[in-house]
Write a protein that binds this ligand. Structure first.
Ligand code: FAD
Ligand code: UDP
Length: 371
């Protein structure tokens, strides 16, 4: 069968582009070098029957009605609001930092009328705000910065917060209320039957074929198509010709605890200052699954290995721009997703980028604009 579009990568970015183009009548082949679909959002049942996320905890959240409705074609949802505690000074306290975090750490009794005065008293104003250190110290001062952010960030990235773009720490707000949810997005939910089942439905279309265990670079000659959508690392596409773009990796240590209903009180506990891992996540909180035992994962950051995170800092952005200049001019190829666009995208942002990329491909292939 002829292939109009080859999509490299069966994660959020690749799967959504494939579906959109298939619905426009194009014949789409999706390949992924892993032995499964779903990319890093892939989930599966472990040897003990607990649904786990092999590549770390994935919690869906978005403010976009369009993106939530788009995915709702392929899954029903279980409402879920993620909560995180941080282990600091021997206590477990809410993160993002809120009124209760401060009260519990310092033995105070601040409320919504006094918390901002407290932050104003300890913050160190910074202008301009360029780095992740600037963001946190400017908001909550040095002590809270050192308790919650400095150690965690050094572990997670192998860099000091002063070496990372402001956007990284800015993912975590500071709260002047008691809200202890990790996210405040309008839509917060988990796919009822899991992510992999959702991906199966996205890719279940008469015009889509999927081949897993296929590396694009190894089989490039066989995989010819009118257009290529590439969602892998952009520097790999260009044989690292300007040098390797840094991507941060992780090692995941999964553990099952038999006859343990609950391992911890919330979905994730962060360890900013102790241990080689950054956080422990217990899946049953997130999925709502009932089981006599429980499964957890610890995340150990490392430089080498599967690329999971782009590393947001100015020199990396500059290097990416050199690749991007080629990518934007590459005839017959569209680059989309967290690795190809070198953007710290959440899942919903990948869906948004993929919907946009599909429109671009349609235009390139001479299809009429969607109405
Ligand atoms: P990927 O999922 O990385 O998919 C790219 C695919 O391309 C991969 O499967 C890869 O095997 C394949 N590929 C690459 N090169 C080749 C090649 N040469 N040939 C064939 N195939 C190739 N987002 C959230 O919204 N909420 C969360 O809670 C959340 N938690 C996260 C936790 C962790 C530990 C990590 C790492 C990420 C998390 N994310 C979360 C982000 C989320 O994983 C990404 O936004 C999203 O999965 C990226 O989708 P993608 O399709 O762009 O890339
Ligand atoms: N962060 C931190 N301490 C924490 C949690 C987060 O310093 O307890 C910083 C750290 O730099 C981290 C970033 O904030 O990489 C973003 O955190 P998030 O939980 O969004 O990371 P992700 O889930 O994407 O790994």
């Amino acid at each position: 069968m002829k292939t109009d579009v080859l999509v490299v990568g069966a994660g959020f970015s690749g799967a959504v582009v494939a579906r959109q183009l298939a619905e426009r009548g194009l014949q789409v082949l999706v390949v992924d070098r892993r032995d499964h679909i779903g990319g890093n959002a892939h989930d599966r049942t472990d040897a003990h029957g607990v649904l786990v996320h092999p590549y770390g905890p994935h919690i869906f959240h978005t403010n976009s009605a369009r993106i939530f409705e788009y995915l709702s074609q392929f899954t029903a949802w279980r409402p879920y609001e993620h909560r995180v505690l941080a282990s600091v000074d021997g206590r477990l306290v809410p993160l993002p930092i809120n009124i209760d975090t401060v009260n519990r750490l310092y033995g105070m009794s601040l409320d919504e009328t006094t918390i901002q005065d407290f932050f104003d008293g300890v913050r160190e104003p910074r202008d301009p705000i360029r780095t992740s250190e600037d963001v946190v110290v400017n908001a909550v001062g040095r002590d809270l910065y050192e308790k919650f952010f400095r150690g965690y960030t050094r572990k997670q990235w192998g860099l000091d917060p002063s070496e990372l773009a402001a956007s990284v720490a800015a993912r975590i707000p500071t709260r002047t209320n008691h809200d202890d949810r990790y996210f405040t997005d309008t839509y917060q939910a988990m796919p009822v039957d899991g992510y992999t089942r959702m991906f199966e439905r996205i890719l279940d279309h008469a015009h889509i074929r999927v081949e897993t265990g296929v590396d694009f670079f190894a089989e490039r000659e066989r995989l010819k198509a009118r257009h290529l959508v590439y969602t892998g690392p952009v520097d790999a596409y260009y044989q690292h010709r300007f040098g390797a773009l840094p991507y941060r990796s992780l090692r995941f240590e999964h553990e099952h605890l038999a006859d343990t209903q609950r391992y911890q009180d919330v979905g994730t506990v962060n360890y900013p200052n102790d241990h080689a891992y950054t956080r422990i996540t217990e899946f049953k909180h997130i999925t709502g699954q009932e089981h006599a035992g429980t499964s957890v994962v610890r995340e150990y950051p490392q430089a080498e290995g599967e690329p999971y995170y782009p590393v947001p800092r100015p020199e990396n952005e500059q290097l990416f721009k050199r690749y991007e200049a080629f990518a934007l001019e590459e005839p017959g190829v569209t680059f989309v997703g967290r690795l190809a666009q070198y953007r710290y995208y959440n899942m919903d942002q990948c869906v948004g980028a993929a919907l946009k990329a599909a429109e671009y491909v349609e235009e390139k292939l001479g299809l009429a604009t969607r109405v």
